[in-house]
Design a protein around this ligand. Structure first.
Ligand code: ATP
Length: 436
């Protein structure tokens, strides 16, 4: 979630201190605890964000005009629609609780409806579904996130970044309108469902997310995402991953500098050790967080969980040593997906996870290399005969990618998302969670 705004912006609010956020995200409770600086200042008023955006876009491209890199694009003139509060109220049925898709640290996200061509708001049930984030405008974090999202997502376009369609600022109301991601977040699938999430989909999703990060890191002026975690990886109908939530994103270091120095913000369990220790943020700090997500998809366990016994709260600290040998890898793999991956694929995953989570940022690979390795893992994952594989849990016939079905259910999304994750008895990880 975003709090920090680039130094490009003069009205950046001042912030001090560090605290555990008290927000109750519907997706993020006992696990990825958020930390951020506490803020007391009132959001400063700005003029239209368009001027700031073009200044911002220039900073990213370090030249004028839009550029294209790989399959992504830096937009010269973003086409964001400016909505009125009334329009978005209508589109979301007055922000009715049954329209709510979820809640993050600084606001609630609602299902809304707009016309697919004109992007004009339409009556609920007609046109195209969108996600409308209504930010808590009283906090500076909410305001800063809103600006940061517009600056980054209004300027960048890539198949693995969520699309921002428009925004609204009216009195104290700050809203953002995104393309709707029908399959929710990776976090939902990995941790909030009774049944194990198929290995093939896990790999497909991390490849997409890796491509998104590689795009950000490959820009003429690198962009550091700073909040890479499973709840920020959203999924389209085909489980294509899209990074959302650019509230914490930062422009990377200028010219010969290796890092930017910034206040420490992010999510426990994912933040790189050098960043936690010094506030020095490297492009490679994102690579560390990516490695943490790789360990999560291998084990089916959360990056950080205060309910685990002492010494096991941080997944990396706890299980990284097991990645060093074959036996350890076998032990920590999520038992719910047994038979869905080859031992070679698991060994390669262990290798790249180790490398991404190296203590020294210089020893971590860059995201392009990570993409290549993951694509190779996807290729080599030949398992003998799926149909003869014994399911590890009773319901795992549904865990085949072909059968796996899950998205938001109309009106029930909130309830699904609030369901606590139940440890599956068959999982080594789940057993480890309970070991005193
Ligand atoms: N474009 C979208 N389409 C569908 N659901 C979305 C979309 N954007 C956000 N959501 C859902 O709304 C919820 C809240 O999202 P939000 O980005 O505000 O917070 P978060 O990332 O879950 O939490 P945090 O405060 O840790 O960043 C998430 O569960 C997410 O799945």
């Amino acid at each position: 979630m975003g709090h920090c705004i680039s130094s490009l912006f003069s009205s950046s609010p001042s912030k001090t201190g560090l605290h555990h956020s008290s927000h109750a995200s519907t997706n993020n409770h006992s696990n990825g605890t958020e930390f951020s600086s506490s803020t007391t200042t009132t959001p400063a008023t700005t003029n239209s964000s368009a001027g700031l955006r073009s200044q911002f876009s220039e900073a990213i491209s370090e030249s004028s005009g839009g550029i294209v890199t790989d399959s992504g694009q830096l937009l010269e003139s973003p086409h964001l629609r400016v909505y009125t509060f009334l329009e978005l109220s209508t589109a979301t049925k007055n922000f009715r609780p049954d329209s709510m898709l979820g809640q993050g640290g600084f606001g609630k996200v609602y299902r809304g409806w707009i016309d697919a061509k004109s992007l004009a708001p339409s009556k609920a049930g007609s046109g195209m579904i969108v996600a409308v984030k209504r930010l808590n405008s009283e906090s500076v974090q909410g305001y800063s996130e809103w600006r940061s999202e517009i600056n980054f997502l209004g300027t960048l376009s890539h198949p693995n970044l969520v699309k921002l369609l428009g925004y609204c600022r009216e009195d104290k109301e700050l809203l953002l309108v995104y393309e709707f991601m029908p399959k929710g977040s990776l976090e939902n699938h990995l941790f909030r469902r009774g049944e194990p999430f198929p290995w093939d989909l896990r790999i497909k999703i991390v490849i997409g997310a890796a491509r998104g990060l590689a795009f950000l890191h490959g820009l003429p002026r690198e962009v550091i995402y700073r909040d890479f975690k499973t709840s920020n990886i959203l999924l389209d109908y085909n489980y294509e991953a899209k990074l959302s939530d650019f509230g914490l994103a930062k422009l990377g270091p200028a010219q010969e500098k290796s890092h930017v120095t910034t206040r420490i913000m992010g999510t426990y369990g994912y933040a790189a050790p050098e960043y936690m220790a010094t506030g020095h943020l490297y492009v490679k700090s994102d690579v560390y967080a990516f490695g943490v997500v790789l360990l999560e998809i291998m084990t089916g366990l959360r990056a950080h969980n205060t309910k685990r016994p002492n010494g096991q709260e941080s997944l990396v600290d706890w299980l990284r040593p097991d990645l060093l040998n074959k036996h350890g890898v076998k032990q920590i793999m999520d038992k719910g997906i047994k038979g869905q991956y080859s031992s070679k694929a698991a060994a390669e995953m262990a290798r790249i996870t180790l490398s991404c989570t190296e203590l020294d940022p210089k020893n971590r690979p860059d995201m392009k290399e990570v993409v290549d390795v993951l694509e190779n893992i996807q290729r080599i994952n030949v398992v003998p005969d799926r149909s003869s594989t014994k399911p590890a849990v009773a319901s795992s016939s549904r865990s085949s990618p072909l059968h796996y079905q899950y998205g938001y259910r109309a009106g029930a999304a909130g309830a699904e998302r609030r369901r606590p994750s139940r440890p599956s008895p068959g999982r080594v990880g789940a057993q480890k969670e309970m070991v005193a």
